[in-house]
Design a protein around this ligand. Sequence first.
Ligand SMILES: Cc1cc2nc3c(=O)[nH]c(=O)nc-3n(C[C@H](O)[C@H](O)[C@H](O)COP(=O)(O)OP(=O)(O)OC[C@H]3O[C@@H](n4cnc5c(N)ncnc54)[C@H](O)[C@@H]3O)c2cc1C
Length: 351
Amino acid sequence: MTEELELFDVTIVGGGPAGLYTAFYSGMRDLKTKIIEYGPELGGRMLIYPEKMIWDVGGVTPILCEQLIARLEEQARTFDPTIVLNQKVEGLEKLQDGTFMLTTATGEKHHTKTVILAIGYGVLTMQKLEIEGADRYEVTNLHYTVQELDVFRDKHVLISGGGNSAVDWANELEPIAASVTVVHRRNDFGGLEKNVIKMKESSVDVRTPYEVVQLHGNEDMIDHVTISHSETGEMERISVDAVIVNHGLKCDYGALTEWGLEMEDDVAVVNAKRETNIPGIYGAGDFIDHESKVRYIAGAFTDGVLALNSAKLHIDPDAPKAAYVSSHNIRFKERNKQLGLHDEDYREVKG
Ligand SMILES: Cc1cc2nc3c(=O)[nH]c(=O)nc-3n(C[C@H](O)[C@H](O)[C@H](O)COP(=O)(O)OP(=O)(O)OC[C@H]3O[C@@H](n4cnc5c(N)ncnc54)[C@H](O)[C@@H]3O)c2cc1C
């Protein structure tokens, strides 16, 4: 079985920003690379906020998140890694020759010399609205994310939830929707204070402490929602064109927690080299913790570089500690020519 499978140098689990940048850097170090992503597309948690503007990635002036995902993916594909989508990594077996066999939830196997876990907080699923039959509206006007603001133009929108995203969506939709009602079961909101104030001072109809208890509609579409006061039980019926639910995310590491990784506060403990307690397994991005960890995109890139360099040295202890800089790196000679640059000052460096 093992002989039939292609052996990869590095298998990156997770196709978010950490995994994507790590895949690019892995190519710079001549490693045979695979990314395995649970979801149907790359981007990780960034897929939750595609229309948000990102300002805090070095060297990138304000950019829509969906555009940054596209650039990350393009960069990740530079050295043609193998990309596997729709597979959830679950099992890990260390083989006698020191390599690893990964198994996915659907039984596929992946053979690799090293593993980089870039799994964020695990497989993310939206907390669903706990109302019987609600799922039948998911194909029409019950939404768990806002992928495109324009879908809600001139609509009467009800948002259920009080977290960051609920408040953000209320503020973003307020100028374009016919009306926005926010229903939250507590009086306090989790969003940034200035955004909460903005929402409350706008035309958004804020109903607290209330919760959605019933959806009414015909077979396909919700047309009314019943909300109930959390303390008095008083009911009210609101006419709607669309309902957006933001009750948070459920994170699930699944069987990865059985690998024997040292975890603390639900994330993996790594050292400065992004090594976990299992030799050959490294971590990058939001999944890991160490004393200088920062949980944002730029931090994930640095983690990826450090994790990959550790993987490279695990495979070849004589390799240089890091890749040679891209400006003089021979791997980019042909690519630079294609971009119209004819510079002969390249270094032939090993890995
Ligand atoms: C609303 C919001 C706004 C944000 N805004 C910013 C911002 O402006 N700037 C900034 O720098 N950061 C921002 N962040 C944070 C940023 O998105 C995260 O820090 C970043 O996505 C972490 O990247 P990651 O690759 O470590 O993990 P993730 O992006 O979570 O990606 C992990 C991937 O691993 C996959 N995965 C998990 N388990 C498995 C498994 N067992 N098998 C296969 N695949 C698996 C998941 O499906 C997922 O695609 C924001 C986050 C949110 C939620």
